[in-house]
Write a protein that binds this ligand. Structure first.
Ligand SMILES: C[S@@+](CC[C@H](N)C(=O)[O-])C[C@H]1O[C@@H](n2cnc3c(N)ncnc32)[C@H](O)[C@@H]1O
Length: 291
């Protein structure tokens, strides 16, 4: 990772903005603030990865997963929202309520975003805290967010969107184990990508090009998961209430009435899991073991 933002995080922020700009109204997610934060050149829409036609499924998938996670936050009574691998997430800037947001990301991306938010006057210290953690470095994100002010006694929603594919299975497991120890009433939602051969035939070639591009740009896909494997990781982490929400489910939920045919089918699925009764302090006390 360099000194600027993670390039995959910039790309997904631009896709969210592109959705508002080129797809039919109403948007599934109305987010152009990420474009402001990204500080890209004026000709960003000429980038090959912003081709409106070729990237339709990606764009739909990215707004679907964000919308689904935000709906869980809004529909829950949780007063705290932890965004793991937050990138240029802008829930904290767009929300009308009083949910306290903890954005966790690799130190370089977090520091860059912190500076951009300050420059734009979009930092809101009373409701947004950026927490630097590298999930692959044996650090506990839970320890760090509690140190940053998360109240471990109250229900919390945790999201991890567009991140698992870049992590080893060991890091995914450790990350989910920490989430499973949050207070009762907490929930985690994470996205995963299936192995390419499970995708609809018409988008497999696009995915192969994307996989090669990811590898070439230094962000190789490390973990592609089947639905059973993704749900299994959540159960192994300690969740007993585990639901797989497929890209087809997301289509039915958010895209069925659209007039432009936009659809996330073939994109990422989600796992939604609810925390049991284990205490958060149990997990924190396991920090020495790299949880
Ligand atoms: C594809 S972006 C997704 C960003 C955001 N969640 C979204 O949906 O737009 C992946 C994010 O995961 C973060 N990430 C990847 N590997 C990480 C690691 N080992 N530790 C912490 N963050 C990581 C990247 O910095 C980046 O912000």
């Amino acid at each position: 990772m360099g000194s600027g933002p993670d390039t995959t995080a910039v790309r997904t922020a631009l896709w969210r903005a592109l959705h508002v700009l080129v797809d039919d109204a109403p948007p599934v997610l109305d987010d152009t603030i990420g474009l402001q934060i990204a500080a890209v050149d004026d000709d960003w829409r000429a980038r090959p990865d912003m081709d409106p036609e070729r990237t339709r499924t990606n764009r739909a998938s990215i707004v679907a997963r964000a919308r689904a996670a935000e709906d869980i936050v809004v529909e829950s009574t949780a007063a705290q929202y932890v965004v793991l691998g937050a990138g240029l997430d802008t829930f904290a800037q767009r929300q009308a309520g009083a949910v306290r947001v903890f954005e966790v990301d690799a130190p370089e991306t977090g520091a860059w975003k912190h500076a951009r938010l300050a420059t734009l006057g979009l930092d809101a210290p009373e409701r947004l805290c950026l927490v630097p953690v590298d999930f692959e470095a044996g650090q506990s994100w839970l320890h760090e967010v509690v140190a940053a002010g998360l109240d471990p006694e109250v229900p919390t929603v945790v999201s991890m969107l567009g991140v698992t594919m870049y992590l080893t299975r060991e890091a995914i497991a450790a990350t989910l184990s920490a989430a499973a120890s949050l207070a009762p009433g907490s929930a985690v939602v994470f996205s995963y990508s299936r192995p390419i051969e499970m995708a609809p035939p018409e988008i497999q070639s696009i995915l192969r090009v994307a996989a090669e591009g990811a590898r070439a740009s230094g962000h190789p896909w490390l973990s592609l998961l089947t639905p059973d494997e993704a749900a299994g990781l959540a159960r192994a982490a300690g969740f007993d209430d585990v639901e797989v929400v497929t890209s087809t489910d997301l289509h039915e939920r958010y895209f069925a009435d659209r007039t432009d045919g936009l659809s996330p089918i073939g994109g990422e699925d989600l796992v939604v899991a609810r925390a049991g009764s284990a205490g958060v302090r149990d997990a924190i006390s396991q920090d020495d073991h790299g949880v």
